[in-house]
Design a protein around this ligand. Structure first.
Ligand SMILES: Cc1ncc(COP(=O)(O)O)c(C=O)c1O
Length: 442
């Protein structure tokens, strides 16, 4: 237990306005975490909790890994901050080289951000500026996908496809955004491997090209696997087709790999897993194993070189005070060292068959209406309770926590994504506990 374990005394009056949380409900009935190591959290009371979600899809190497902790401590003591506007520091350059080594070939120029949301907005701005630099300033439209999540900033929210995140903020939307349809299809329920049906959903982009004209469209952004709306797998051939249509019309393709990046699918990036090369990749989370806030946009050589051929001076008027923060970069280097030494960027591939088998064994349990698994991520969809959508899954989540398991829910879908260090026995334990819970939840 640490010395803040019992803080705050009066939670209902607490100053902390919690993000994406039912604050009043939480503060009446809190779920607190106080310590973490490897595959586990501990509550303030000292109860052990198996982490079935890598925190929030980010702690890919498990918690409090020594190389990462040491790198952070060393860097914080040596140089706590240095600007990267018209100044530089070696750690930011070194980390970018290391990232470029694992990035898909030719998509390896690195622009630093501090989060997945900032990565999305940065990529959209780069797309706009790129077309302008090429003399096609008319390409201003951004295309997202229904049920997509690209964070909460104005750009990412505009191309995102989650109604709850959008409806309140209609006036903050970028003008000229549109969406292709999502890829969830009931023909594919309980599919193993990539779903067989639905490559043609990519053709929805042709519909938008016909509607708006390609000359007005700057970029399409999709998650290779939609994570936040319940682990929606791309149908076989879908991403390839999307790539072909983008290329045909001169539209940039952006993969949002905030979840699929850094080994979640068993390859460094989803682009590697699916064999499809986007023009930009956005990432965050696993880039520092969740330790220090950071994100990045990987940009193709062609885009980067377009900027570098322009007039001398600042090529892109964009950046954050903390872009390339030295402590975050040091954490990132420690993270990549850990991933490399332990083979974690490919370990999900070794465990994927066991994982898929384990979660698909939940088929047939009460209210389970679909199961989707890929790499080391899974979505288990429950039938909503009559008149109370989301309640059934939320009860599964709170019961799991009481029993010592951290899972996640989005609506009535349970999502799991354990750290990539998970052992087969821990997968069996986690899924076994969930099976037991699902049998008992009405
Ligand atoms: C695909 C995707 N993009 C963007 C984000 C936003 O990242 P952040 O919360 O770091 O801003 C997330 C977060 O879960 C995500 O899953």
């Amino acid at each position: 237990m640490n010395d803040r374990a019992t803080f705050p005394a009066d939670l209902e009056q607490a100053a902390f306005w919690m993000p994406f949380t039912a604050n009043r409900q939480f503060k009446k009935s809190p779920r607190m975490l106080a310590r973490a190591e490897g595959m586990y959290y501990w509550t303030p009371e000292g109860r052990k909790v198996l982490d079935g979600t890598s925190g929030l899809w980010c702690v890919n190497a498990g918690h409090c890994r020594p190389k990462i902790v040491e790198a952070i401590q060393r860097q914080a003591a040596e140089m706590d901050f240095a600007p990267t506007f018209q100044m530089g520091h070696p750690v930011a350059f070194e980390f970018a080289e290391r990232l470029a080594e694992i990035a898909p070939k030719g998509v390896s120029r690195v622009f630093y951000t501090n989060s997945g949301s900032e990565s999305a907005d940065t990529a959209l701005k780069i797309a706009l500026a790129y077309h302008r630099a090429r003399g096609e300033a008319g390409r201003f439209r951004m295309i997202g996908r229904e049920r997509g999540y690209h964070g909460v900033n104005c750009g990412g929210m505009s191309v995102g496809g989650i109604v709850g995140n959008r409806k309140t903020f209609a006036t903050a939307m970028l003008p000229g955004t549109d969406h292709i349809r999502h890829t969830h299809d009931t023909r594919n329920l309980f599919s193993r491997g990539l779903p067989a049906h639905g490559a043609e959903f990519a053709d929805d982009l042709e519909r938008l090209v016909a509607l708006h004209d390609a000359s007005t469209i700057a970029a399409v952004i999709v998650e290779p696997v939609a994570g936040s709306t319940g682990v929606l797998l791309p149908p076989q051939g879908y991403l390839q087709r999307l790539r072909e249509i983008c290329t045909k019309h001169g539209i940039l393709l952006i993969f949002d790999e905030v979840i699929t990046g850094f080994g979640r699918l068993g390859k460094p990036f989803g682009a590697d897993y699916f064999g499809v090369k986007p023009d930009m990749i956005t990432c965050a989370k696993g880039i520092t194993n969740g330790t220090i806030p950071m994100g990045a946009v990987f940009v193709s050589d062609a885009i980067y070189e377009t900027f570098m051929k322009g007039p001398e001076g600042m090529e892109l008027l964009h950046g954050y005070t903390y872009s390339g923060h030295p402590v975050a970069c040091a954490a990132g280097i420690g993270t990549l060292d850990t991933y490399k030494e332990e083979g974690l960027l490919t370990r999900a591939g070794e465990l994927a068959a066991h994982w898929e088998q384990a979660v698909h064994a939940l088929k047939g349990l009460p209210n389970v209406i679909d199961i989707r698994a890929i790499g080391l991520m899974a979505g288990i969809e429950l039938a909503p309770r009559e008149g109370a959508p989301g309640k059934r899954a939320f009860e599964a989540f709170t019961t799991a926590f009481e029993r010592g398991y951290l899972i996640r829910v989005t609506g009535d879908i349970i999502a799991m994504s354990p750290p990539l260090i998970v052992e087969k026995a821990q997968i069996d334990e986690l899924v076994g506990a969930l099976a037991d819970i699902l049998k008992k939840i009405p």
